[in-house]
Write a protein that binds this ligand. Structure first.
Ligand code: EPZ
Length: 421
């Protein structure tokens, strides 16, 4: 396994170009199963999860080619016969593999997809996905750790009111409804920007989808799709991560290839914390911020504060002059970074889904363990501000969702290297 070694307290100056969004690319890739036409996807972040999803599509029968240098993926499923089995070895590390269930079932009338199982941040059930697919006519049973789904004559449009907000379930159902016969109305949808990106992609492919309310989508199914050439949106979580890094150790960092309108909630919170930054439509210049103010936040579905930025803002809160609080409302176990941060001298208390973060004068470098994707990047942020050396083990978690993180940081002056242990 590899680890990262960071020599802290180096101030950073430079420009960071944000990569494409992992969480938009994954559902877009899954939805390509529907089409027999040519597809080009641009601005692709070549992170581990995107590679895994591409390998899953290839296993299923997709004619998929990755161009790492140009950050493009080419797909042409014409005349390819597809398997309808998504095995455990793909889905166990990349939970988004469950999103091939909707397209496989809708297009081929059957699918066998491994239950994703839990992960460090929670049990990650898929009951809402299955609830919605049953509403579209699927027969579903769970056996030997797999979802066995059938819809011999295909799926048929229906009215679906989701019991609670789920990004993945919304995506699975939009894709399934895109190929279903008739009209589907999905209520209580998630409305994350990545879902809007998926819808833009599908509409460009020829799908008939429109928002009929803040959390309501209407889909009129079709089975014919045009060739499509699409550029994925920017990764708003990577952007938020670098804005926080800039506030912590930047002298001045320019962050480009973003859309600041999508970062409204995050920027409001960071402004309340007293961060110094200048924004233009597709870039932000963030300055080192001395007097950081404490805040209390809660994680919510979009447009609320994103749970995927919770671990990162927690590091910023350790430098705030006072007591900050974070209520984690989305996942049941998403404070795994706290014990590791406390080993570096942070003063954070956790009680249930509430964490209380006190000011800590100085963090000290230590050997720490990454537990999940966003926890691992919070340890990188802590290492950047800590005295001496921080060693972060199990960086494979980081590689699932951050493209060239060390290179981007090194280009701004960070002392960060990767070693095999
Ligand atoms: C997506 O996960 C993201 N992953 C997550 O990002 C993100 O944290 C999450 O949405 C919330 O924004 C991708 O887009 C690939 P959910 P997803 O379904 O779809 C419960 C990252 O770091 N739930 O919105 O799995 C679930 O347990 C990752 O990039 C059910 O109970 O999230 C959770 O408590 C981590 N039943 C809540 O809903 C279901 O059927 C929200 O989950 C589905 C979900």
């Amino acid at each position: 396994m590899q680890k990262l070694i960071i020599k802290g307290k180096k101030s950073l100056t430079g420009t960071v170009k944000i990569s494409g969004s992992k969480n938009a690319t994954l559902p877009i890739l899954a939805s390509t199963i529907l089409s027999n036409n040519k597809i080009t996807i641009k601005n692709v972040p070549f992170v581990k999860d995107v590679i895994t999803m591409s390998e899953l599509l290839k296993y299923l029968g997709s004619d998929i080619k990755l161009n790492f240098k140009k950050k493009k993926i080419f797909i042409n499923n014409n005349k390819k016969s597809f398997k309808t089995l998504a095995p455990y070895n793909f889905v166990k590390t990349m939970r988004a593999g469950i999103i091939v269930l909707g397209p496989l079932l809708s297009k081929f009338g059957k699918a066998r997809v491994s239950l994703p199982g839990g992960c460090a941040i929670g049990t990650r059930p898929v009951d809402i996905h299955l609830f919605g697919l049953k509403k579209l006519g699927a027969k579903i049973k769970i056996k030997d750790g797999y979802i066995h789904a059938e819809a011999t004559n295909g799926l048929f449009g229906n009215k679906i009111k989701l019991p609670s907000i789920s990004v993945g379930a919304t995506e699975n159902l939009i894709i399934a409804a895109t190929y279903a016969y008739g009209t589907t109305l999905i209520k209580n949808c998630a409305c994350e920007p990545e879902i809007k990106d998926l819808i833009n992609f599908l509409k460009k492919m020829g799908a008939n989808i429109k928002w009929t309310g803040k959390r309501e989508i209407k889909v009129i199914g079709t089975q014919n799709f045009n060739a499509v050439n699409y550029s994925v949106m920017f990764d708003r979580i990577e952007a938020g991560t670098f804005i926080i890094a800039g506030a912590l150790v930047g002298k001045k960092i320019k962050i480009t290839n973003i859309d600041t309108n999508i970062l409204k909630k995050e920027l409001d919170i960071l402004k309340k914390m007293g961060l110094k930054f200048k924004t233009q439509k597709n870039k932000i210049i963030i300055f080192y911020s001395k007097n950081i103010k404490p805040v209390s936040i809660k994680t919510e579905a979009y447009p609320g504060f994103p749970t995927d930025l919770q671990a990162q803002i927690m590091v910023l809160m350790t430098k705030a002059n006072g007591v900050s609080k974070i209520k984690e409302n989305i996942f049941e176990n998403r404070f795994m970074h706290v014990p590791e941060l406390n080993r570096m001298g942070a003063k954070i208390k956790v009680s249930g889904n509430l964490s209380t973060i006190n000011f800590s004068e100085e963090l000290n470098g230590a050997e720490v363990m990454a537990t999940d994707l966003r926890a691992s990047v919070s340890l990188v942020l802590a290492g950047l501000i800590a005295k001496n050396r921080t060693i972060i083990n199990r960086v494979y978690h980081l590689d699932r969702g951050y493209e060239n993180l060390e290179k981007k940081l090194r280009n701004c002056g960070a002392k960060i290297t990767r070693v095999n242990n």
